[in-house]
Design a protein around this ligand. Sequence first.
Ligand code: GTP
Ligand code: MG
Length: 219
Amino acid sequence: MDIKNIKYEISNERADKCPATSVPEYAFIGRSNVGKSSLINMLGKSKSLAKTSQKPGKTLLINHFKVDNGEWYLVDLPGYGYAQRGKDQRDKIGSIIRHYILEREQLTSLFVLLDIRHAPQKIDLEFLDWLGENGVPFSIVFTKADKVGVNAGLQNVEDYKKVLLEKWEELPPIFITSSEKGRGRQELLDYIYSINHEIARGGCEVEVPEQSDEDKNAE
Ligand code: GTP
Ligand code: MG
């Protein structure tokens, strides 16, 4: 399936101010500059739906995009981990992200974006742990696949899987994307539409990945 239409709706800094809907929404999170806003544009086949920048720290609010006449939403979130932002703003952004993820009931699945060029980073692994502790369903989306050779990219994904399996009993869904080339677009949309379909049928098969017992007890 493909998106029939997509439209920017509103930006907020608080989860309780987000649109009063009762439809599924899918949000993109990850480090600043990983490519969250670009991925929204890639899915929407537009260069200007979401604002992007070469410099990290562009998206500062929760941005809602209405898809298929409001049947579901895509949400662009601010990035975490931008050191140069200063502590106050980092704390503020962290709070926006945490509240949205924990309080937004419409959030059906979270996509955690990771730059395919980098080895597993502490900040991302800690974020995934936090999702696990809070029972938030998520998938992993590797971004910028056009920036590495095919083999190097696949090797990085395999390395990441190994690190994840040290902490998690099973792997979440994993997607490899390039917003530049449109890679992974159909796979992501097929995944989203399959969940929407399940929800419409009255069931939902979104699985929360399980952390291993050892890790759960590690605190
Ligand atoms: P913040 O809003 O600052 O958290 O960043 P973001 O995660 O939304 O990143 P954004 O989409 O603004 O992209 C950051 C930079 O990476 C921009 O210069 C994009 O053009 C570039 N970029 C994003 N995705 C890709 C990709 O798949 N391939 C390539 N080559 N560049 C990409
Ligand atoms: Mg952004």
